[in-house]
Design a protein. Structure first.
Length: 307
């Protein structure tokens, strides 16, 4: 099938205008609470960590405050690690994996690594279980100068004073069945282009940086995650989501060129994790634990390298 006409918004071959954007917004429904699920859990961390307000996302009459969690014992000379979740708000395990890592494991790295954790970059997307933001933009293609995505711009402002100081950035994502049933058709319709069907890999995989590959770092993460959930196999072309598999469960993207979150820090070690929550072989709990395992392995790797 190569036709955008089946998507319920827009005219095939024509990019969306204001009317189509309004139609799309009208279809979005709040399905969960950022305040209840995320902010309340961040608030509980104030006794153990520094909690930083770094801006807000403002859409129509709604305001979503943005928060990061930082090591209280931040020390010059220690390796710094950024952990981000919820760049795509609908990717549940990224948000809750980041929160669980802080709650259960972050203190164990005190005095060894400086941690900055942003559990939910896109709160509107979290509430509406949506990959895009309110403006039908993908935050994870808009980490660039002059970004039109409020979420992306706010995160870049937060880390700008620390640019070049990070040893690692671990960005937590999911690849879901709705990527193929909703998001990719919506992108085609929005841009007035034909929809080209793809496939969804069954299992966890990670995205390394084409311009700065770090295979040992990715391997450490894979070994940890594989103890929790299965790794996505390559297809018959040795690909995952159209990219060549370079190691077990690992592909590469040009992070900075594509405006991806994992490319914003200048860190040597970067990864974008991708769990598959719709797999018959994984539970939501396993997906969260896989994200936690990835973060723990990545932070431990950086600590060992830095010793």
């Amino acid at each position: 099938m190569s036709d955008s006409c089946f998507y319920p918004i827009g005219t095939p071959g024509q990019a969306w205008g204001a009317a189509e954007l309004a139609q799309w917004r009208a279809r979005q429904v709040r399905q969960r609470s950022y305040a209840d699920d995320v902010l309340s859990r961040i608030e509980l961390q104030r006794e153990r960590f520094d909690v930083l307000a770094y801006g807000e996302v403002a859409y129509a009459d709604e305001r979503f405050p943005l928060f990061a969690i930082r090591s209280r014992d931040w020390q010059a000379g220690l390796p710094c690690v950024l952990v981000t979740g919820g760049v795509h708000g609908y990717e549940t395990s990224g948000v809750h994996g980041a929160l669980r890592f802080v709650d259960a494991h972050a203190e164990g790295f005190a005095g060894r690594v400086n941690l900055l954790v942003v559990p939910c970059v896109s709160p509107w997307g979290y509430e509406c279980i949506q990959r895009w933001n309110f403006d039908a933009l993908d935050p994870n293609r808009n980490f660039r100068a002059g970004s039109p995505a409020q979420e992306s711009a706010a995160l870049m402002r937060l880390i700008e004073p620390l640019h070049g100081q990070f040893a690692a950035h671990i960005d937590l994502h999911e690849t879901t069945d709705t990527d193929e049933s909703e998001y990719r058709p919506a992108v085609a319709a929005r841009d007035g282009k034909p929809f080209e069907p793809g496939s969804i890999p069954d299992g966890f995989y990670a995205v390394d940086d084409t311009e700065n590959p770090q295979p040992e770092f990715q391997q450490a993460i894979m070994e940890a995650v594989e103890r929790v959930t299965h790794i996505a196999p390559a297809n018959d072309k040795n690909e995952i989501i159209g990219s060549t598999v370079v190691a077990h469960g690992v592909i590469r993207y040009e992070l900075k060129k594509l405006g991806l979150c994992a490319g914003i820090t200048g860190a040597r070690y970067t990864t974008t994790t991708e769990v598959y929550p719709d797999s018959a072989r994984a539970t939501p709990e396993q997906c969260i634990e896989a994200q936690v395992a990835a973060v723990c392995a990545g932070v431990a790797f950086v600590h060992q390298i830095g010793r």
